[in-house]
Write a protein that binds this ligand. Structure first.
Ligand SMILES: Nc1ncnc2c1ncn2[C@@H]1O[C@H](COP(=O)(O)OP(=O)(O)OP(=O)(O)O)[C@@H](O)[C@H]1O
Ligand SMILES: [Zn+2]
Length: 483
């Protein structure tokens, strides 16, 4: 689309806003680091995928042919992003006395359910790490002679063999290196295992033969291989959470650089992807939300408490992806109410058949929306433009509908697929059926018509005792809610 303002994105590599110029004309190729499926995702993890989804939708909206890859890490991610600890998958499997394959299967399904509930579009490929072991070994074989060395514990990447290692993290400081566990024989503190050998006398549930002995690939190697294989180097955009800017992505970049040089591809500074983008954290008052820290918030918990998952999507969109976002139940409630109001406005357009065209009253909103999204995905401002468009008076509903639909295709709030009633979820703790509530409300209405306020109040209190709040004159048109 030529009439849209040029898209600029914040590139973590240069710490600057940069125009998006596709590597392949008319296309956009994006890789997103996926979850390690050793546990349920928490809602902080899901913020990373809501962000990647908004990016993908924005690229599609601009008429680019999008190829999006999200991987599933089912092997190789250690309990520390550096090189220490156990494999997260092996550890959980041992704890639960289950096979790793079952663990991976279960948590992948749970993750996909959250993806769906949050209206995140399906990527072109879900790449499963264990499906690419041969390709990983081939990649490692290519770069090993010039960039790697072998120790008893595995094949290590020598970070001094590539130029400008760590430029993404901008911090190969004492402190940064201090986080990486010393392994005897490592040439540089930041060197990392690209293949981990199974220690003598041990067997792992997941291990493969390789030129360096039985073992498993390193987590960083996996993403380099899957992104390069499915998208080709260089591709357009690589995304992940901001923690990956420190270790995982610098290590991917080092491998990509080594691989591209070996293959005669272009400049030494070839990072594999042109633009690296990172979403900031969802935090709780007590700090970053983390799976490793025992109790954590799952999307299912929100649903069990009666919050529609798209309320959480709305909460994410209200903040810029590069800002920290603090989770609170009040904040979630407010986001859900906002979504509800938008749905009510959209419901009025439901009968109109979307018709292309423009209206002078909508033009400023469209302009604000497009400008906001073009400036590094400013969803917070885009949302207000969408609300203003919904509220515009005396505009042909058919044209309004088309405009709102186009905006919603970018934000993915499902304004024309959901109804207000869909947003009202029964909290798990409520055991009263909706028909029963409606039936009491009919009786209450009759009592009120007959001016029998004692009965009307008694029925209201009755419902309250069962956790149902009656809402007379609710501006959103809900007669009751489960509290
Ligand atoms: N609190 C958070 N807010 C936003 N994104 C997050 C948060 N925590 C992790 N992420 C991102 O979620 C994605 C999936 O992460 P992954 O499944 O590897 O989680 P993890 O690192 O094992 O879990 P955790 O760090 O929560 O213990 C990554 O892109 C990661 O950067
Ligand atoms: Zn990754």
């Amino acid at each position: 689309m030529t009439d849209l303002p040029a898209l600029t994105l914040f590139n973590s590599l240069t710490r600057q806003m940069e125009p998006f110029e596709p590597v392949h004309e008319g296309e956009a190729r994006v890789y997103t680091c996926g979850p390690t499926v050793y546990n349920y995702p928490h809602i902080g993890n899901m913020r990373a995928y809501v962000f990647a989804d908004i990016l993908g939708r924005t690229l599609s909206h601009r008429g680019l042919r999008l190829t999006h890859v999200i991987n599933i890490t089912d092997v190789g991610h250690l309990t520390d992003d550096g090189d220490a600890g156990e494999d997260k998958m092996e550890k959980m499997a041992a704890q639960k006395a289950q096979s790793i394959w079952d663990i991976a299967q279960h948590y992948t399904q749970a993750y996909w359910a959250d993806i769906k509930a949050l209206n995140i579009r399906q990527p072109a490929h879900w790449s499963i790490a264990t499906d690419y072991i041969d390709a990983m070994i081939d990649f490692a074989k290519e770069i090993a002679p010039r960039h790697c060395y072998e120790l008893d514990s595995g094949l290590y990447f020598d970070v001094s063999t590539v130029s400008d290692y760590g430029r993404l993290a901008r911090a190969v400081t004492e402190e940064g290196e201090g986080r990486i566990e010393a392994v005897a024989g490592k040439r540089n503190a930041a060197d990392f295992a690209i293949w981990r050998k199974t220690p003598a006398g041990e067997t792992r549930q997941m291990e493969w033969d390789s030129p360096w002995g039985k073992g498993a690939p390193g987590w960083h190697l996996e993403c380099s291989v899957m992104s390069g294989k499915l998208l080709g180097f260089p591709f357009d955009i690589h995304t992940g959470g901001i923690d990956h800017r420190e270790i995982h992505h610098p290590n991917e970049i080092a491998q990509n650089q080594a691989f591209c040089c070996t293959n005669g591809l272009d400049v030494p500074a070839n990072s594999g992807a042109r633009i690296w983008m990172h979403n900031n954290f969802l935090v709780e008052r007590s700090g970053k939300m983390s799976k490793s820290s025992g109790e954590f918030l799952r999307l299912q918990l929100l649903i069990d408490k009666g919050y529609h998952p798209l309320g959480y999507r709305m909460m994410c969109l209200q903040a810029h992806y590069r800002s920290e976002l603090e989770f609170s139940w009040e904040g979630l409630g407010a986001a859900l109410t906002r979504l509800k109001r938008m749905l009510m406005a959209a419901e009025r357009l439901r009968d109109a058949e979307a018709a292309e065209g423009s209206h002078p009253k909508l033009a400023p909103m469209v302009e604000t929306f497009e400008k906001a999204m073009a400036e590094d995905l400013n969803t917070a401002v885009a949302l207000t433009a969408l609300e203003d468009a919904l509220a515009a008076k005396k505009v042909d509903p058919a044209i309004k509908r088309a405009v709102v639909e186009r905006m919603d295709a970018v934000l993915g709030l499902g304004l024309f697929t959901l109804t207000r009633a869909d947003l009202r979820l029964r909290p798990k703790t409520a055991d009263i059926a909706e028909e029963a509530i409606e039936e009491v409300l009919v009786r209450r209405k009759q009592a009120r018509i007959g001016k029998d306020f004692a009965t009307s109040d008694a029925l209201r209190d009755d419902l309250a005792a069962q956790g149902v709040e009656v809402m007379d004159g609710d501006p959103l048109g809900w007669e009751w809610k489960l509290g």
